[in-house]
Design a protein around this ligand. Structure first.
Ligand code: ATP
Ligand code: MN
Length: 468
C-alpha cells in the first residue's frame, strides 16, 4: 500500500471546475463497479459531494484482472487519470484511469451497504458505515454548512462565542431531566448517618450532572460581553422515545444584554433566515436531493422561511385559535396548560402556514428565570414553532429584578442559596436581557425534512441506545 497522494483533488472540486485533458488524482471509496466486455466503470465517492466521479478502467492497465477483483464495493482507492468529457447523461466529466492503487480492500459480498435502498432503522444499526450513503452523506454536509453559518451569523453581528460547562451542579430548567455524573463506587455507595448517599465523598463533593442548557452561564458572560452565544452539547434524560428528542443534542444559545423580548424574536427570525439561505447556497445538490427523495416540501419551505415574515401571536390568542379549530385534538386546549406538539403543528402548519412565534406564556408553566409581565399572569417567553416540526426555538426575556427573581426561585421550590451567583448578576449592574435556545438537530431536521432526529446526528444517544 502506498501513501495516498498529498496532491489529490476532492471530487466536488473536480466536478465543478475540472477541465477535459487535465490529469488529476482522487482518493475515495468505491460505490459501485460495472464490468463490461471492453472496460469497467467504477463510481468513486470521497464525501465532498453527493455526486460520484465515474472512472473508466481500460484492460490495458497493468494487472487489470487482479485489479478488478480487488476493486469491490466499499474498497478505498487512489486513482490517477485524465479527465474527459462524459458521454453519459447527468455528468459533465468522467475520468480515464492511468494508475489505480487499492488502498484498503473490502469484501463486497459482506459489505453491509449493498446497492439497494436500506431503511433508516437498518442504517442506525451500522452507524459506523451509514455516512457513506447518499442520504446520510447529504445530512452531514448540511449539518456542517449549518454549523458554519451559525458561527458566521453571530460573528458578523459581534457576538462572542463562549464555552459553558458540560458538568454542572445546577438544574437550569428545574425539570429534573438530568443525567448524573459520579465517581462513587455504585456497588458500594458511602452513606451518611441518616442513610442517604454521602455525596461529600463524591468527586465534586456534591451531586453533579451533565448540563441541560448553558443559559445561566451564558447570562454571566453576556453581563460582561453584551452579546454572546454558546454552541455545544447538552444532555437530557428524556424518557420519551420520540422522533424529536435525543439524550445528547447540540444547542445554540444566544444571550443579549440590553435587549427585550421583541429584540429576541427579531434575532430568532433573522437567524433562521440566515441559516436557510446559507445552506441553500452552499448545499444546492443535497437540498434538491432531500426535496426529491425525503420530503417534497423542503425547498418550498426553505424559500418560505427566507422570504416571508414569521407570524407573531400571543399565547392567549393562540389558545383562542386552537379552541375555534374545526378538529379534535388528543390533548385538550385550555388557557394555562402547555401547548402540545399537535397544537404547535396545527398553528404553524395549518393555520398560519409559516413559522410562528408564540409569546407571553402563562407564568405557571415556564421556568423561574423568565421575566414576569405586568399582567401578573404571563411571562415574556417565546417559542418559535416550525411547520412539520413544532417547537424549534424556546426563548425569553430574563427576570432582571432581584426581588422578583428571588421570589420565583422560592415559588418553584428551588434553593435560593444554590443560585447566589446568578442572583449576584441582579445585584451588580443588572440589565434587561434576553436570549433563546435552539436545538441544533431540530434545525437540521427542519432543513432536510428528515423524519427522525436520530438520523441527523452521526452517533445518536437515546434511551437504551449508546452504541458506536
Ligand atoms: P420539548 O417540549 O420539545 O421537549 P423543551 O421545551 O424541553 O422542548 P427547551 O428546554 O426550551 O425545550 O430547549 C430549547 C430547545 O432545545 C428546544 O426548542 C428544542 O429545539 C431543543 N430540544 C429540547 N429538548 C431536546 C431533545 N431532547 N433533543 C433534541 N432537541 C431538544
Ligand atoms: Mn422537553
Amino acid at each position: 500500500m502506498s501513501n495516498p497522494s498529498p496532491s489529490s483533488s476532492r471530487i466536488a472540486e473536480i466536478l465543478r471546475a475540472g477541465q477535459p485533458d487535465e490529469t488529476v488524482a482522487v482518493c475515495g471509496w468505491v460505490r459501485t463497479k460495472r464490468e463490461l466486455k471492453k472496460f469497467a466503470f467504477v463510481e468513486i465517492n470521497d464525501g465532498s459531494s453527493m455526486a460520484n466521479l465515474q472512472v473508466v478502467l481500460d484492460p490495458e492497465l497493468p494487472s487489470y484482472t487482479d485489479l478488478l477483483k480487488q476493486i469491490q464495493t466499499g474498497a478505498s482507492v487512489e486513482i490517477v487519470g485524465q479527465l474527459v468529457e462524459s458521454p453519459a447523461k447527468g455528468q459533465r466529466l468522467e475520468m480515464k484511469a492511468s494508475n489505480v492503487t487499492v488502498v484498503g480492500e473490502s469484501d463486497g459480498e459482506t459489505y453491509p451497504l449493498q446497492k439497494k435502498r436500506h431503511s433508516f432503522e437498518f442504517l442506525r444499526t451500522i452507524a459506523h458505515l451509514r455516512s457513506r450513503t447518499n442520504t446520510l452523506g447529504a445530512v452531514f454536509r448540511v449539518r456542517n454548512a449549518a454549523s458554519n453559518a451559525i458561527h458566521e451569523f453571530f460573528q458578523e453581528r459581534g457576538f462572542m462565542w463562549v464555552h459553558t460547562p458540560i458538568l454542572t451542579a445546577s438544574d437550569c430548567e428545574g425539570a429534573g431531566e438530568m443525567l448524573g455524573v459520579t465517581s462513587l463506587d455504585l456497588a458500594n455507595l458511602p452513606k451518611t448517618d441518616k442513610g442517604a448517599i454521602d455525596y461529600g465523598q463524591d468527586f465534586f463533593g456534591k451531586p453533579a450532572y451533565l448540563t441541560v442548557s448553558g443559559q445561566l452561564e451564558a447570562e454571566v458572560m453576556a453581563m460582561a460581553f453584551s452579546n454572546v452565544y454558546t454552541f455545544g452539547p447538552t444532555f437530557r434524560a428524556e424518557n420519551s422515545n420520540t422522533s424529536r428528542h435525543l439524550a445528547e443534542f447540540w444547542m445554540v444559545e444566544p444571550e443579549m444584554a440590553f435587549c427585550d423580548l421583541v429584540g429576541d424574536m427579531d434575532l430568532a427570525e433573522a437567524f433562521l433566515k440566515y441559516i436557510f439561505s446559507a445552506v441553500l447556497e452552499q448545499c444546492p445538490e443535497d437540498m434538491e436531493f432531500f426535496n426529491k427523495r425525503i420530503d417534497d416540501t423542503v425547498l418550498d419551505r426553505a424559500r418560505n422561511i427566507i422570504d416571508s415574515g414569521f407570524e407573531r401571536v400571543t399565547y392567549t390568542k393562540a389558545i383562542e385559535i386552537l379552541e375555534k379549530a374545526d378538529r379534535k385534538f388528543e390533548y385538550p386546549v385550555e388557557w394555562g396548560t402547555d401547548l402540545q406538539s399537535e397544537h404547535e403543528r396545527y398553528l404553524a402548519e395549518e393555520f398560519f402556514k409559516k413559522p410562528t412565534v408564540v409569546y407571553d406564556y402563562p407564568i405557571g408553566i415556564k421556568a423561574f428565570y423568565m421575566r414576569a409581565n405586568d399582567d401578573g399572569k404571563t411571562v415574556a417567553a417565546m417559542d418559535v414553532l416550525a411547520p412539520g416540526i413544532g417547537e424549534i426555538i424556546g426563548g425569553s426575556q430574563r427576570e432582571e429584578r432581584l426581588d422578583d427573581l428571588t421570589k420565583r426561585i422560592e415559588a418553584q421550590g428551588l434553593d435560593v442559596a444554590d443560585y447566589w451567583w446568578y442572583l449576584d448578576l441582579r445585584r451588580y449592574g443588572s440589565v434587561p436581557h434576553a436570549g433563546f435556545g435552539l436545538g441544533f438537530e431540530r434545525l437540521v431536521q427542519f432543513l432536510t425534512g428528515m423524519g427522525n432526529i436520530r438520523d441527523v446526528i452521526p452517533f445518536p444517544r437515546a434511551p437504551l441506545s449508546i452504541d458506536f
